[in-house]
Design a protein around this ligand. Structure first.
Ligand SMILES: C[S@@+](CC[C@H](N)C(=O)[O-])C[C@H]1O[C@@H](n2cnc3c(N)ncnc32)[C@H](O)[C@@H]1O
Length: 309
């Protein structure tokens, strides 16, 4: 078995390459059509495609390949996660932690880094209880794959929606998720934030990120598709060793499709976040520069929101 302890660059690269094939396979089998929600909602709302059969496989099967060429937002883009999560573990080494949707194993890997750092710095190991939920089973399969390789115990649940999901209220010391607010359309953002507040235990906190920017328009989509093709052609060594000409051609078609359908509902400004989190007792917002997806660079908020004890 590989050691997927995510602390060194070659191991990170190896885990990511392995996960591309794993997730491509899972997406074909597991991504399914939903009545509402998920990464396909925008395309359905705008009738961009034949909606009857649309699932989220275009997103989940392509995401890891786009990670190889650093073209999608991932927890690794944000420097605050490990330190911020570790602070929660220092306060309570047995914290109950909820990952509120995940594109893949990326958020779990960040949590794993924080756990490892904590364990290296303390005499006894921490023992957080980790629950992950998503509207689609594919990212959960990917997180389970990572967890098995990293010897982490997790519980995972497919939910109809984070907003309506039947999770225990007042239960979690920490909720983490990366860029969930920028995949949720504006009219639902407040319901998501309110749901997080309900799920937190007293003194608990949300640690997340949210990109700031403009709507995803057709120029940005074309730019993204062209850039993905160019990066794939220039960097074949980043892709699995087994890749032949047809596999590369197939990936470029997938990235074209991703560019056509992937939509960010970005945060307009700091005031919008201050308003969304107004019912929390403490809010920390730090604007950081990231490589960005359709706009390079992009600015994004690192968010820590706490409720009262
Ligand atoms: C956490 S988000 C974003 C993660 C990624 N780092 C990014 O920047 O796009 C992506 C995940 O949210 C899930 N998702 C989207 N809408 C959802 C909803 N309403 N309830 C639960 N999960 C949802 C999708 O299935 C996907 O796996």
């Amino acid at each position: 078995m590989h050691n997927y302890l995510i602390t060194s660059t070659p191991e990170k690269a190896e885990a990511l390459q392995d996960s591309c094939l794993h997730m491509d396979d899972s997406a074909a089998k597991c991504c399914s059509k939903k009545d509402t929600g998920g990464m396909e909602q925008w395309a359905k709302d705008f009738k961009m495609v034949e909606v009857q059969s649309l699932s989220c496989d275009w997103y989940h099967s392509t995401w890891q390949f786009l990670r190889l060429i650093n073209m999608v937002a991932v927890p690794d883009w944000y420097p605050f996660y490990v330190g911020a999560i570790k602070q929660v573990l220092v306060h309570n080494p047995n914290s109950k932690i909820f990952i509120s949707a995940c594109a893949d194993y990326g958020m779990l890997a960040k949590l794993h880094e924080a756990i490892e750092e904590y364990n290296n710095e303390h005499e006894t190991n921490c023992n957080p209880q980790i629950t992950i939920a998503d509207i689609c089973i594919t990212p959960l399969q990917n997180a389970k794959w990572y967890a098995a390789n990293a010897y982490l115990k997790i519980d995972s649940f497919v939910c109809d929606n984070i907003i309506t999901g039947n999770f225990p209220e007042g239960e979690y010391d920490l909720i983490i998720t990366d860029e969930f607010l920028s995949v949720i359309k504006d009219e639902l953002k407040q319901e998501v934030v309110d749901k997080w507040k309900k799920l937190l235990s007293s003194g608990g906190c949300v640690i997340t990120t949210a990109m700031q920017g403009e709507p995803t328009n057709s120029e940005k989509r074309a730019f993204f598709a062209q850039k993905a093709r160019a990066r794939i052609k220039a960097n074949p060594q980043l892709f699995p060793f087994s890749f032949d000409k047809d596999a590369f051609e197939n990936i470029m078609k997938k990235t074209d499709r991703f560019a056509e359908l992937h939509t960010r509902h970005m945060i307009k400004n700091k005031e919008q976040l201050v308003d969304l989190f107004r019912n929390f007792a403490h809010l920390q917002l730090d604007l950081v520069e990231t490589p960005g997806e359709c706009v390079n660079p992009t600015f994004s908020y690192q968010i820590i929101a706490k409720v009262n004890k």
